[in-house]
Design a protein around this ligand. Structure first.
Ligand code: ZN
Length: 106
């Protein structure tokens, strides 16, 4: 059980358009990110295979971006403490969401 419905919805939205919360496995342990996606992760990966000039998007459009977070964006619960209550769930989420992560340092 997560802290609130918004966090559940944000985690369920990983890899889809809009906002999501990602669970990220790093060398330093689990980290969390708030991610924005203009397109799904699948669409972004497809678009990377073609030159940007083949799309009708401006060159400076950001398709996805992540921001590291430490607290639930809705209720403020500390995410590292939440993860300690159900480590197997968060380990599974980190594995499932691995492909959606932007590159950011630990
Ligand atoms: Zn919450």
């Amino acid at each position: 059980m997560l802290c609130c419905h918004l966090l559940t919805n944000l985690i369920d939205n990983a890899g889809q358009r809009g906002l999501a919360v990602l669970v990220c496995k790093t060398d330093a342990g689990l980290r969390f990110a708030l991610q924005m996606r203009a397109v799904t992760a699948d669409n972004e990966n497809t678009m990377k295979k073609f030159p940007k000039s083949s799309f009708s998007l401006p060159e400076n459009v950001t398709l996805s971006e992540s921001l590291r977070i430490r607290h639930c964006p809705s209720c403020g619960t500390r995410l590292d403490e939440l993860a300690t209550k159900d480590p197997s769930l968060f380990a599974r989420l980190a594995d499932e969401q691995r492909l959606y992560q932007n590159n950011w340092e630990t």
